[in-house]
Design a protein around this ligand. Structure first.
Ligand code: FMN
Length: 214
């Protein structure tokens, strides 16, 4: 927790606008939150109040540096990345989301159950969706996972979310907001270049303007 607090200070000194606590996709916070991985018998294990202690104590530490309105939390409320699992994800994430109402966070960021990491896995009926989180959480909600221009517009228009994050499409479209705004066709990404360890496939996609100039 002290390392997160220290990192929050360093992020501020480095000039970032805010910080997002990454409690999704099998990372450390999620390993504490879900009972499939958290087998502790101390005050950090057992009931969800205990399993969430690490996240909330760290959140308090980071908020003490930034103020809550510059801090966000990211959750993958279906949590099946790698070997992640929970015996009752609805109860787990309802508890977490409702408790986050006590903070006026910049936003809560949830990953839709149709995406596991960077792989589309289709809709999961039993999974916790952003619609569930919307019912539990009163603040600004950001959603991510398999959104297109059309579905992003729709989810914001119908009140399902306030913000939409894009991952893969942002890689192949460095000017993604401009393209979405102007209805410019989107370039497809090359999955084989993900996680390759160099710039290829990350920073070498042209913007629409560069394509037209070429
Ligand atoms: C190359 C690449 C690397 C990613 N790395 C991470 C990561 O380190 N941690 C994480 O939680 N999500 C990671 N993601 C997942 C994205 O944050 C996002 O949740 C996911 O791509 C779904 O959004 P999308 O459908 O708009 O791509 C990564 C995605 C891509 C394409």
């Amino acid at each position: 927790m002290e390392q997160f607090r220290r990192s929050a200070i360093l992020a501020k000194e480095a000039g970032f606008d805010g910080v997002e606590l990454h409690a999704a996709n099998g990372y450390l916070f999620e390993q504490f939150l879900l009972d499939g991985t958290n087998h502790r018998t101390d005050s950090y294990g057992g009931p969800i109040e205990n399993r969430a202690r690490f996240l909330f104590d760290t959140l308090d530490a980071v908020v003490s540096v930034w103020g809550a309105n510059m801090v966000a939390v990211r959750l993958s409320a279906s949590g099946t990345y790698g070997t992640m699992s929970d015996s009752d994800p609805h109860a787990t994430f309802q508890c977490v989301a409702e408790r986050l109402n006590n903070y006026e966070l910049a936003y809560l960021h949830v990953i839709e159950p149709r995406v596991r990491g960077i792989v589309d896995i289709g809709e999961q009926n039993s999974a916790v969706s952003s619609a569930d989180v919307r019912r539990w959480f009163n603040g600004v909600l950001m959603v991510a996972g398999g959104y297109t221009a059309e579905t992003a517009e729709r989810v914001v228009a119908n009140g399902g979310a306030d913000l939409v994050a894009f991952g893969r499409l942002f890689i192949s479209n460095p000017d993604l907001p401009e393209r979405l705004r102007n209805g410019v066709p989107l370039a497809t990404y090359d999955r084989s270049t993900f996680y390759c360890g160099d710039a290829r496939g990350y920073t070498d996609y042209p913007s629409h303007g560069e394509l037209k100039a070429a």
